[in-house]
Write a protein that binds this ligand. Structure first.
Ligand code: SIN
Length: 305
């Protein structure tokens, strides 16, 4: 019997494969496409204190080997989530990780604390790619000192496992990771989308209404792998959930070798809603072909000498 189970920041996961925030709705939308119990976890769309309508259209466009989105963090808000989304998630048979954010530190704390108190929420993932209104719109996750204040304040209000979803739009992902962990985070999700733009040459216009958006998909996989590896090498005991263009079982293995102990399937869910299940089967096949009886053997197993 091959063991696919991993432990991650206090969570028992039946598989290292999770689905990524913003690509899997609130879970129920995908129930008819795959057996959610086969997943190690679901990460919900980011939740804010109040509901948000998001950005004007167009807010998604395809690119070579990926896509750009600027959804604008549309979501149902904490109360809408608790009343209308969580009842399904409580019974879905896998870990429920709730992504959350705010526009100020106080909003982050209020949102995180409210979600932490909800039965059925197993862990929280903090999105730090949001503009810090008090600092002129710079992302919270790009400056170590800002991130320290934010994580410390949230940690004091949150008892459940707290993950920080890092932005790749920073100069030194290791310093940012260290700041998050030293301030009380239990693990890291590495990484969110890369700031990008696309242009329609005929119309001479940006393809996204807000001009800039976040690039995801296989186009960013090598960048994400590099960041996972760098963070793992500097902080080997920190649980990392790897994200960035995962499309196959072998992609999962690459992230595990780089140091992730779980991974999140994201952009592929838009093209193939059952992708996470197929990728799980491919991972099992890989382990069987390589005669590996425990997936944990792969974690951090990259040979560099
Ligand atoms: C969005 O809703 O605009 C995307 C959120 C994110 O990438 O953090």
């Amino acid at each position: 019997m091959t063991n696919l189970g991993v432990k991650f920041a206090g969570l028992d996961c039946s598989s290292p494969i999770w689905t990524a925030s913003g690509t899997f709705g609130y879970g129920a939308e995908f129930d008819r496409f795959l057996d959610l119990r086969a997943l190690g976890g679901i990460v919900t769309k980011g939740i804010s204190p109040k509901p948000r309508a998001g950005n004007p259209l167009p807010r998604i466009c395809e690119t070579a080997a990926g896509m750009i989105n600027s959804i604008g963090l549309e979501n149902v808000g904490v109360d809408g989530f608790a009343q209308n989304k969580l009842p399904f998630l409580r019974k879905c048979g896998t870990n429920v990780v709730v992504n959350f954010f705010g526009e100020t530190i106080d909003e982050y704390v209020a949102c995180g604390a409210a979600l932490d108190a909800l039965d059925g929420v197993d862990a929280l993932e903090m999105n730090v790619s949001c503009p810090n209104i008090k600092k002129g719109g710079v992302e919270f996750g790009t400056e170590s000192n800002v991130l320290r204040d934010l994580v410390r304040a949230c940690r004091a209000a949150i008892k459940k496992p707290l993950l920080i979803k890092l932005t790749p739009n920073c100069t030194d992902v290791v310093s940012i990771s260290r700041a998050a962990i030293e301030s009380g985070a239990d693990g890291l999700s590495v990484v969110n989308t890369i700031s990008a733009m696309a242009i329609d040459a005929r119309r001479r216009r940006p393809r996204i209404a807000t001009i800039f958006g976040g690039l995801s998909g296989p186009a960013i996989k090598p960048v994400a792998l590099r960041m996972v590896f760098e963070v793992h090498r500097a902080l080997p005991d920190v649980p990392i959930s790897g994200i960035g263009g995962i499309q196959s079982g072998e992609d999962v293995v690459e992230f595990l070798l780089a140091g992730a102990s779980t991974v999140q399937v994201g952009t592929q869910n838009f093209a193939e809603p059952s992708a996470a299940a197929r990728i799980g089967e491919e991972l099992k096949q890989f382990l069987s072909e390589e005669k590996i009886d425990d997936v944990n053997e792969l974690i951090g197993g990259l040979k560099i000498k």
